[in-house]
Design a protein around this ligand. Structure first.
Ligand SMILES: Cc1cc2nc3c(=O)[nH]c(=O)nc-3n(C[C@H](O)[C@H](O)[C@H](O)COP(=O)(O)OP(=O)(O)OC[C@H]3O[C@@H](n4cnc5c(N)ncnc54)[C@H](O)[C@@H]3O)c2cc1C
Length: 521
């Protein structure tokens, strides 16, 4: 017999398996010794009241064992070498497309400009410690894509795009903890993600797929409006039945390649702003209404949104207990983002705070045609880099209160950002309409969340890669490019995803569409 129950516990009880079992048995109306298993189905933290509670939905089993969760890897087949699909990009979109193609017995050939997930770490250290940015290996490029050295948040609103459970199960099959199947806001953490990514590669290889690093795709092979393959490093030609373009939001060379080769591409609205960092204990005290966080509770987060001058301003990619990282992909630009470890135990909390920008913002870049938004985005990143004198990845920053008041900061608070901060008037970096909206919104956020607007917090520029400035148009049903047959724009860079899970779902959908188009189903 199986009964689904709702229970509400203190954080300490929720962390104690015996206490959960007892509460679940009671809620099911069963004596404790009749219960054979309790499986948590959903778990969320309710911090609305004065004392924080944990809400658990659980399945209680009596007289039977809980059924095993079927592994999603079981569905994969051996790759047929006659069915070749080139996937450009080994990010979540590319790797999940490869796994789905293996379900159809096709051979995924994954090409990535960067290094494998381990070798990549050395280049991340070079950015952090010496400000040296390798254009092929950085926080955005390399195995696992932008999703690897991240917070690994897996929350998404893309429920209609496919089975989120299947994506999460595949991550669990490759080493993620099964808590991600239960938590309402699951996350993996950067210290664990790399291993998951490496194991996904091993699965692809074990089934006959190919994965190549240091394989920078410089051209598409197009003949009579059909893609035949790709060119690697300007010389090596590789042929395939279909090509998936899953190159992420930072591959500006790929966006330029599209224009050069007559592949339709267009500017689209994207998010631009700053990253704001607070001491984590301050956020905990606001969110959990207590001076010291209960040790059974995770570092707390927030989500803020308001309208400023008719446009939405919102917090994004909150990293509780995380660090700010330099996410630039070329020398001479400055981009920041956030990541955290599985324990989320850094003393800082950061989040992107961004404004949606549209063609009214990049009107003066119209001469760049479909890449106007991308060039506008790049110009802000160059302005951020040039605002600090020493040509490093030191980032321009202001105390939050000084930023709102329009004052240059006399000093800056402590930060998690390893390349260090420099006091700069951010009005010299951000476009005026973006700056005005941010300042207005931050004042509003301070009213919404008492304690948020504090001189202990710091504003760091620029957060400019939360979404892609382009869309590569494709058919809604077949996912094929509108213009070039056999070409499949995919994931965040093509404008169809905004995070790890949505990129993975898009990769799966594109791969299924390729299987249908080629009769491999
Ligand atoms: C620091 C950071 C933290 C983040 N945190 C989170 C988070 O916690 N949760 C979340 O959901 N999202 C997060 N994101 C966003 C998330 O990582 C992306 O939305 C997601 O990775 C997009 O997946 P993708 O596969 O479409 O593209 P990407 O992950 O960007 O992968 C694209 C791949 O293509 C390769 N490539 C590019 N050009 C070429 C070329 N010409 N030839 C060959 N290969 C090429 C790149 O090397 C890269 O590996 C974070 C991003 C960053 C930068």
């Amino acid at each position: 017999m199986q009964t689904r129950v709702d229970i509400v516990l203190s954080p300490a009880q929720a962390a104690d398996a015996a206490a959960v079992r007892m509460a679940a048995a009671q809620a099911a109306g069963l004596p404790l010794d009749a219960v054979t298993a309790v499986r948590q189905h959903r778990r969320s933290i309710d911090a609305r009241g004065r004392s924080v509670r944990v809400r658990i939905v659980a399945d209680v089993y009596a007289g039977e064992q809980e059924p095993a969760r079927p592994s999603a890897v079981q569905r994969l087949r051996s790759a047929n070498p006659a069915r070749r699909v080139i996937i450009v990009g080994a990010g979540p979109a590319g790797y999940f497309a490869a796994l789905r193609l293996l379900e159809h017995g096709a051979t995924p050939i994954v090409l990535d400009r960067g290094k494998d997930v381990r070798a990549r770490r050395r280049d991340l250290r070079a950015i952090q410690q010496f400000g040296i940015v390798d254009e092929h290996s950085n926080y955005c490029f390399g195995e696992g894509g932008a999703g690897t050295y991240s917070d690994g948040k897996l929350y998404t609103r893309s429920h209609k795009r496919g089975s989120i459970e299947n994506v999460l199960q595949l991550l669990v099959d490759h080493g993620a903890t099964d808590d991600i199947l239960v938590d309402s806001h699951p996350h993996i953490g950067s210290n664990k993600l790399w291993l998951v990514v490496q194991r996904i590669r091993e699965t692809i290889l074990a089934h006959g797929g190919e994965v190549r690093f240091d394989a920078w795709v410089t051209d598409l092979l197009i003949h009579h409006d059909r893609v035949r393959g790709v060119v690697v490093h300007g010389t090596e030609e590789l042929l395939a039945d279909a090509v998936v373009l899953a190159t992420g939001h930072s591959a500006r060379d790929v966006m330029r390649m599209c224009v050069r080769q007559g592949v339709a591409i267009e500017s689209k609205p994207f998010a631009l702003g700053v990253r704001i960092e607070h001491p984590q204990p301050l956020i905990d005290s606001i969110q959990y209404h207590t001076s010291v966080r209960d040790p059974h509770l995770p570092a707390s987060s927030y989500k803020l949104v308001c309208q400023a001058n008719g446009k939405g301003v919102f917090s994004f990619c909150m990293c509780p207990g995380g660090i700010i990282v330099p996410a630039s992909t070329s020398p001479g630009e400055l981009v920041v983002n956030g990541m955290s470890m599985s324990r989320r135990d850094s003393p800082y909390a950061n989040s992107g705070t961004v404004v949606t920008v549209d063609e009214s913002d990049w009107a003066s870049y119209a001469k760049h045609g479909p890449l106007a938004a991308m060039e506008y985005q790049g110009a802000v990143e160059v302005a951020a880099f040039n605002s600090v004198a020493d040509a490093s990845q030191r980032a321009p920053a202001q105390r939050l209160t000084d930023y709102v008041a329009g004052r240059v900061s006399a000093s800056l608070p402590g930060t998690s950002y390893i390349p260090k901060l420099a006091s700069v008037d951010l009005r010299s970096v951000l476009p005026a309409p973006v700056d005005r909206r941010l300042r207005q919104a931050i004042g509003e956020f301070g009213r919404m969340m008492r304690g948020y607007l504090t001189e202990e917090a710091v504003v760091v520029a620029t957060e400019s890669r939360t979404s892609s400035p382009v869309r590569i148009p494709r058919d809604r049903d077949t996912y094929e490019h509108l213009g070039i047959a056999g070409l499949y724009p995919c994931g965040e860079g093509a404008g169809y995803a905004g995070g790890i899970v949505s990129a993975a779902l898009d990769g799966q959908n594109v791969a299924s569409a390729i299987a249908v188009a080629n009769g491999w189903t």
